[in-house]
Design a protein around this ligand. Structure first.
Ligand code: MN
Length: 708
């Protein structure tokens, strides 16, 4: 039995903080998480030499400062256990339940993702990937807090790692905090990133700041008093604070606006926090009456909030003390939103009913954004962006070289190949996902690494269309098939003409070239291929053409007319009648209809008598000896109207190896239901097997093939 870990200083401080806003039983869960975490990490030390568990405790404390719910704080304490200790997810579920385990698992998955490329555009994709992978925003809150504590203790790392981690923080984590409106975490991440990336620049600016604030303390107090007095006169209840600028925010302004340090820093900065929106505008009037405002410097972020929901009034005044005075005015509520952003919606208060699920709370946050942005023109656009971050319609996967590819949700391994390049897609031979070969139809998931193996001999297959998810892949495959069909059409037209000539006891080689040329010219065909296409599509009849090309040859009555073989893979020149759905094994006939080509019907189709009125358009067809296509067939099923009957019948169909293309219910009756299924089968035998399987289903009363 291991000794129970002791609650040392940092844990006691965390406990005291938790006790200020959580019920005792919730604090107890967190302390239990500490005990389990401390045992799991017991032999590990951080680079600083401290026991490892102090890191997760510090992360938990950052979240407790945001007043996060107890589940997030407990998950924060366990956040490194799955990756670095023998503790398993089932064990966490058993001891702490699903929700905490899911949060820990979510953070672990983010940790496994490495940002490998250095391109600007990829940083944006990577940020999206992180948001997409954590449907529950609390996972991001934990990850940001984890990064913040790692940044605070970065000093113990070697200079190379410090720079790499600092760059990553500025590229990835600070912008995520910014997008979520979590200003306090964002500015600390930025400043620590700056300090570790450019230590000398940071130190210079920080020293400048401390000298100037020291010199200015007296003036600041004087202005503050003047402001306070003016607010009292105007009847605006408020508290007034000074504002410290971080070295990074000054550095950024110098860089972006090309200003000197004193141009950026030489201001007195204050924040006025008041009760309501009208108070904000009253306060604005009051400060403008106190000192003269600088033209063009007033910004109303209350009426026109920033994209992440930030609201405030900003103005700059001339003061009698030589330097301008910058003022921000906002309500308490706006202040909380400005500092905590999305995290504000997870704030826990004793007695508050815990109702919202992760998605409901994320939606609350988004709805609030909509609300604050209703005056701004681009709010919907932003909302769309934010929505796809949180409820993603996109997935992000890696190439073997670490480049990020952005795909629609539901994309398959084959879509990835087409996303790389159409030629790669068209010659895809196989695909490896995380180094394992998978079927081309495999749906991809966020964060996977995908490698495409191509073969110059490989070509697209029509059934690829049945599973690809992106328009790009679909268009490319269709394009390829269409170009193939053009060739097929010509070849098919040639077969029809050869058959008609053969029936007259002659063949193409015996047709004199000048007669052929004359025929083409008379009928306005530029080339033989155009004539053959017209034949295949039924615009011209083969017998008529044959009689013109070989007028001397006589139909040979002794000769049995050779039937045209149908394999189902002829493309758009052969169709199958939707009236009778012929399948291989049925006796069939062909009817040439203008512009469509040959439509194949069953001999006993109800329309057959009508077709026979046009004998010149009827042709003999037979099934080809080898057929690889699937065919549609229509079955009428009378079933008992039990709950779940459709699912039950579908299961029987899929056991029999048949896919449902369409299903319709044609009647409504309390006891029975008539269902019309359109299914795919290989041939008559397969169809018979499907029907037998259906008849064995207890819910099925009667099955029949729809035959016109
Ligand atoms: Mn960590």
């Amino acid at each position: 039995m291991l000794a129970t870990p002791k609650f040392t200083g940092p844990v006691l401080e965390l406990r005291d903080l938790l006790n200020t806003y959580l019920e005792p039983e919730k604090v107890a869960v967190i302390l239990r998480a500490f005990e389990v975490g401390a045992v799991a990490h017991k032999d590990q030390k951080r680079k600083t030499g401290e026991p490892y568990i102090l890191h997760p405790v510090a992360v938990a404390r950052i979240l407790a400062n945001l007043r996060m719910d107890h589940l997030s704080v407990a998950a924060a304490i366990l956040h490194d256990t799955l990756e670095d200790t023998p503790l398993t997810k089932p064990e966490i579920i058993e001891q702490f339940g699903d929700e905490i385990a899911e949060l820990v698992d979510g953070v672990t998955k983010l940790d496994k993702m490495r940002f490998r490329t250095r391109h600007e555009a990829d940083a944006e994709s990577f940020r999206k990937l992180m948001l997409a992978m954590s449907r529950d925003l609390r996972v991001i809150f934990i990850k940001l807090s984890d990064r913040l504590h790692n940044m605070r203790t970065l000093g113990s790392m070697n200079p190379d790692s410090r720079r790499r981690i600092a760059r990553e923080t500025l590229d990835i984590y600070a912008p995520i905090a910014d997008r979520l409106g979590m200003n306090s975490i964002k500015s600390e991440l930025e400043d620590l990133g700056f300090e570790n990336l450019f230590p000398w620049r940071h130190r210079t600016i920080a020293e400048h700041i401390s000298t100037t604030t020291g010199n200015r303390r007296e003036v600041i107090e004087t202005i503050k008093k003047a402001l306070k007095k003016k607010m009292n006169e105007a009847g605006v209840p408020c508290r007034i604070g000074g504002r410290e600028k971080t070295p990074y925010s000054i550095y950024r302004k110098m860089l972006v606006k090309d200003l000197s340090f004193s141009e950026v820093n030489d201001v007195y900065a204050f924040r006025i926090i008041t009760h309501s929106e009208p108070h904000c505008y009253m306060a604005l009037g009051a400060v403008h009456a106190l000192y003269q405002p600088r033209p063009g410097r007033f910004k109303d972020y209350i009426a026109l909030p920033k994209a992440n929901g930030y609201q405030s009034l900003h103005t700059v005044l001339n003061s009698p003390y030589g330097l301008p005075v910058e003022i921000q005015i906002r309500t308490e509520e706006m202040d909380v939103m400005a500092e905590k952003g999305a995290a504000a919606h997870w704030q826990y208060k004793i007695g508050e009913k815990y109702t919202g699920t992760a998605e409901v709370r994320a939606r609350d946050w988004l709805m609030q954004l909509v609300d604050v942005q209703r005056h701004t023109g681009d709010s919907m656009e932003f909302l769309d962006g934010a929505k796809s971050d949180l409820f993603p319609n996109e997935i992000f996967v890696f190439t073997p070289k670490g480049k990020i590819i952005d795909l629609r949700a539901n994309s398959t391994a084959l879509d990835f190949a087409y996303a790389i390049h159409t030629d790669v897609g068209n010659h895809t031979q196989s695909v490896l996902v995380d180094k394992v070969e998978v079927p081309l139809s495999t749906r991809l998931e966020n964060g996977q690494t995908v490698e495409v193996i191509t073969d110059p001999a490989a070509t697209p297959s029509p059934d690829w269309l049945s599973f690809v998810g992106t328009a790009r892949a679909r268009t490319a495959i269709r394009h390829y098939i269409r170009s193939l069909e053009q060739e097929d059409t010509v070849r098919f037209g040639m077969r029809m003409l050869e058959k008609a000539l053969d029936a007259r006891g002659t063949n193409m080689d015996e047709v004199p070239q000048d007669r052929l040329d004359a025929f083409l010219q008379d009928n306005q065909f530029n080339r033989l291929e155009d004539l053959l296409k017209s034949l295949a599509l039924g615009s011209l009849l083969a017998n008529m053409v044959a009689s013109k090309l070989a007028p001397d040859a006589r139909p040979d009555d002794q000769r049995e007319e050779e039937a045209l073989a149908i394999a189902g893979s002829e493309g758009n020149v052969v169709e199958f009648g939707a009236c009778c759905f012929p399948v291989p094994g049925d006796s069939i006939m062909g009817y040439v209809s203008a512009g469509k080509g040959i439509v194949v019907h069953r001999i006993n189709c109800r329309n057959a008598r009508e077709f026979r009125k046009h004998p010149d358009r009827c042709i003999n067809v037979v099934w080809a000896p080898i057929i690889k296509s699937l065919f549609q067939v229509s079955l009428r099923v009378l079933a008992r109207n039990n709950p779940g009957v459709l699912a039950n019948i579908s299961a029987s169909l899929s056991e029999a190896g048949s896919n449902i293309e369409k299903v319709e219910q044609t009647d409504t009756n309390p006891e029975t239901a008539t269902l019309m299924f359109t299914l795919t089968v290989r041939d008559r035998d397969h169809m018979a097997r499907v029907m037998r399987r259906l008849r064995r289903n207890r819910n099925v009363i009667r099955v029949s093939r729809v035959s016109a």
